[in-house]
Ligand binder design. Structure first.
Ligand code: BG6
Length: 484
């Protein structure tokens, strides 16, 4: 019997701010991501309020997918993609975010792109906001801390649903919305400007209860915006299917000490179910009250909020999955690196060069866990190995380590389906090399397709197939039966 259902959505995923470039083309406004400099695993990216002359900002050109989209879609089609997850740059459509009329040139660009995908038989899966928003809204309204941003987002989303009716039916409202549960999500996810220029990607130990309240309220506003968008999407086209997108944060208790297990459970609650419950069930989880109390947070509930959340529950649960972490209450336990999820080193797992602990079986665990909690279809919309790719003597890229990583994860997906999980699709991250979100590097590559560009912005941007390209093509052609 086939291991993957017929019509399974095999594909790949990218985000506008990490691949498009063209940061001022055709009336595009300034995005939050356009204010982040390049970095490395040791040197954090910096936020600068003003764009500095002579400083390198990777999103400004990225891999210039804005100029190469036809070629890139053709390569995805050659691999046999059934779907391609991409995001729309909010600032191409509403450059400042608070305009009443959209920028026609921006709308036309995505229309051309979706039409080309349709010709090639690729179903778009569109993230409405992926780690970028109009910088103007942050500077003038405080980002998502201001409730009026809900209306700006709803206008933007409504414009997309109307304009692309018949071309797009799968939507995700916010990328990794649970990033707002962590202090570093302030800027990347919630558009709250740092008080001063400097590194943004790290936990803010100086976060006050007032800062936390702002963060939780901003996230509450995103939940409301998402719920309103889901409702409108269904009204505009009953064919629309809208999902949430959660950074899959799998935490194991380090030992069978009940303290470790409770700590791990709380990480699961904070890292997954807090957002998942609101978006899938339309209400905050029972543990949320304890969390608000411990964090000293007062949420700015308004009449009608509870109903809004209930009326806008999502059709499916999508998530990213790269690694797992271990939680220990023992201060001596050794720490391991990781950009989003820190934790304790797991002796049973190996880590990538960036310290992300590779755990394919954890994917089966997580799929079972969230499916049995929510009972809505699931989709893995990011997964992959960020690695350094070196050109071999024969001039090619033999990325066997990437194939190995993906193969092991796909095997666990098949087992989860056998466990009864309803899995709709799989879109590995960075199907074409792009800028790393956490470090701003090009060196951390995920792609089946190599792009000639380095960390300093040098390179002619030409595209080349890696070994994983042909391997994934075969996986798709056999609907996941041939993983050799
Ligand atoms: C996810 C994000 O957290 O991880 C992507 O949604 C990101 O935007 C991806 O690129 C991989 O992380 P990184 O830091 O290796 O680019």
């Amino acid at each position: 019997m086939a291991r993957f259902p017929e019509g399974f959505l095999w594909g790949g995923a990218t985000a506008a701010n990490q691949c498009e470039g063209g940061w001022q083309a055709d009336g595009k406004g300034d995005s939050t991501s356009d204010h982040l400099t390049g970095g490395t695993v040791d040197t954090p990216r910096r936020y600068t309020h003003d764009i500095e002359e002579g400083t390198y900002y990777p999103s400004h050109e990225a891999i210039d997918m804005y100029g190469h989209y036809l070629e890139d879609i053709d390569l995805f089609a050659e691999m046999g993609f059934k779907t391609y997850r991409l995001s729309i740059n909010w600032t191409r459509i509403f450059p400042h975010g608070d305009e009443t009329e959209p920028n026609q040139a921006g709308l036309a660009y995505y229309k051309r792109l979706f039409e080309h995908m349709k010709e090639k038989g690729i179903e778009p899966l569109v993230t409405i906001s992926h780690y970028e928003m109009p910088f103007y809204l942050c500077d003038n309204y405080g980002g998502w801390t201001d409730r009026c941003v809900i209306d700006f987002y709803v206008r933007y989303a409504t414009t997309l649903f109307t304009e692309y009716k018949g071309l797009v039916k799968y939507w995700l409202t916010f990328n990794e919305i649970n990033c707002g549960m962590m202090a570093f999500g302030d800027y990347m996810s919630l558009g709250i400007l740092p008080k001063q220029d400097g590194p943004t990607m790290f936990h803010n130990p100086n976060e006050t209860a007032e800062d936390r309240t702002k963060r939780f309220c901003a996230l509450h506003h995103q939940f409301l915006a998402s719920a309103k968008a889901v409702k409108i999407a269904h009204e505009i086209d009953p064919e629309n299917k809208v999902g949430c997108m959660i950074a899959g944060n799998l935490a194991y208790g380090y030992t069978c000490n009940p303290d470790d297990q409770i700590a791990a459970q709380q990480v699961m609650q904070q890292g997954n179910y807090y957002c998942g419950d609101v978006q899938v069930r339309g209400e905050y989880a029972p543990f949320a009250k304890r969390m608000w109390k411990e964090a000293g947070v007062e949420l700015d509930w308004e009449p009608g909020d509870a109903e809004t959340l209930k009326e806008g529950t999502v059709d499916f649960y999508s998530f990213s999955y790269y690694m797992s972490s271990c939680v220990s209450t023992d201060p001596e336990a050794t720490k391991t690196a990781g950009n989003v999820f820190s934790g304790v080193k797991n002796p049973y797992l190996e880590a990538s060069d960036w310290g992300w602990q590779i755990d394919p079986k954890g994917l089966r665990w997580y799929l079972n866990d969230v499916y049995n909690r929510y009972r809505v279809p699931l989709m893995i919309v990011e997964n992959g190995l960020g690695a350094v790719d070196e050109r071999a003597e024969d001039g090619k890229f033999h990325d066997t380590y990437r194939i190995d990583y993906l193969r092991k994860h796909i095997e666990q997906m098949a087992l989860a389906i056998e466990d009864g999980v309803d899995l709709m699709g799989y879109t590995p991250w960075g199907c074409i090399d792009l800028v790393s979100a956490s470090t701003g590097e090009m060196k951390k590559r995920y792609g089946f397709i190599y792009v000639d560009k380095d960390n300093d912005g040098n390179g002619d941007l030409h595209r080349e197939k890696k070994d994983s390209f042909d391997w994934y093509k075969k996986v798709i052609a056999t609907n996941g039966e041939d993983l050799a």
